[in-house]
Design a protein around this ligand. Sequence first.
Ligand code: SAM
Ligand code: SF4
Length: 460
Amino acid sequence: MQLTENIINLEKIEEAIKAQENPAPAYIRNILKKTEGLAGLSIHEAAALLNVDDPDLLKELFKTSAIVKEKIYGKRIVLFAPLYLSNECSNNCLYCGFRRDNKDAKRKTLAMDEAVAEAKFLSQRGYKRLLLVTGEDIRSSDIEYLIAVIKAIYENTDIRILHINAPPMKTEDFRRLKEAGIGVYQSFQETYHPETYKKMHPSGMKKDYEWRLSTMDRAIEAGFDDIGMGALLGLYDYHFEALALIQHARYLEERFGFGPHTVSVPRLQPASGAVIHKPPYPVTDTEFKKIVAVYRLAMPYVGIVISTREPKELRDETIKIGASQISAGSRTNPGGYTTPNSELRTLNSEEQFETEDHRTLDEMIQVIAKSNNLPSLCTACYRKGRTGKDFRQIADKGDIQKYCLPNALLTFQEYLIDYASEEARAIGQKVIDNAIAKVELKDFTERMERIKRGERDIYY
Ligand code: SAM
Ligand code: SF4
C-alpha cells in the first residue's frame, strides 16, 4: 500500500468528508468567491462543496463553475466521437458488457480496413478528433496492433488527432504509443476505494489496484504530457471518488509539474452481460452536476468531458455549468458506425453499455450554438505542442481562450461549409459572425477568408 499512500491519502479524504458534513452557507459563499479568481480548492473546500444540498447554494455553485469555465476556455465546447476498436477483454469488471465471462457477447476486433472505414465514416461527417477505445486483450490492446491502427487512420483519413482509452501499459509501450501520434492517453481509475476496487475487478490484469493507480506515472514518464483521468460514478460514494481524483491530480502536479489534461465523469450505465445492473451508490442528476462543478472549480484548467452515457437534457445543462468537451453520435460497439442501422439492433450484445443521447454531431452542434456557446472541432494545441506544462501555464493565466476562440471559429467555419445541414449552417453562421469581433489576433480575418476560399486546416 506504500504506492497508494504516495498518491492518495485515504484517511484525509474520509476525515474531510466528515468534517464538512454540514457546511455553513457563509463558508460556501466564501469558497465560491475565492474560486472565481481561479484559485482552485483545498480538499476540505471541495468536500464542503460536495456536501451542499440547498437548491439556492447549488445554483450559486453552478453559476460560479460556469464563470470559471468561461474564464479559462471562453464559450467553446469541443466535440469528438469514440471509435471502439475491440470488445475482446481478459478482465472481468462486474459492470462492463465486454467482461470476459459474458458469454453472450459477440466478440470483435476491427481489422485495419474496418478501423479505417469507421474513421472515414466519422471524418465524412465532420469529426476531426476521435477517441480510440479498446478492451484489454492480447490482440486488441497489443501495442503493434494499436500502432498499426493509428498509422492507418492518420494515413487514410483526414482525422487530425487521435486520443486513446486503452488499458494501462508498461512504460516502453506507452512510449511507442506516444510516438505513434496519440494526443491524450485516457484511463479511468474506476474507483479509488481499494475494497470496492477489489470487489469490482475479480480477475485479469485489472485486478491489481496499484498497477492501475500508477498508470499515469508510467504514461507521463514515457512522454505523455496530456493525460485523461476519471472515476466511474456509481461504484462507491461519489464524495470519496471526487476527492480522491482531485488528490490524484494534485499528486501528478507536484511530481511532474502538470495535472490531467482532461477529467471525464463516466456514470454507470446498464450493460448487457454485466453482473451489476444497478449502481451500488447511485448518483442523481443533481449530484452529477455538482461533481462537474466541483471538478471545474478544483482544477479550473482541465477539459471536463461528458459522454453520451448521460441523457440529453443533463448533457445540455452540463455545457452551461463547466463542461468543455462533449462526444456526439457515439456507438460503443466495434464497427457500430459502418454497420447499417437495421443490423445494429441485433448487435446490442456487442455494446459496452447503453448510451442515452443519440443526437448526431450536426444536431449537437445546433444545440451548442443555440445555447450561446461555440462548437469547436479544434485540434491545434496537440499539434502545436501546447501540451503538459506549457498548456498549463497558458491556461492558468486564462490565456488559452486566445487560441481557443479563433481556432474554434476557423474549424466551425470549415464544418459549416463542408458538412453542415441547412439548419446548422443558418444558426452557426450567426454565431461565428457575432464572435469574430472578439478575436484579438491580427491576421485572423485573412485566415478566415482563406478558409472560405477552400483552404483547410489553418490554425494557431
Ligand atoms: N478496457 C479499458 C479499461 O477498462 O481501462 C479501456 C476501455 S473501457 C471500454 C472504458 C471505460 O468504460 C472504463 O474505464 C469504464 O470506466 C467505462 N465503463 C465500463 N462499463 C461501463 C458501464 N456499464 N457504464 C458506464 N461506463 C462503463
Ligand atoms: Fe474490459 Fe475495460 Fe470492460 Fe473492464 S472496463 S471488462 S477492462 S473493457
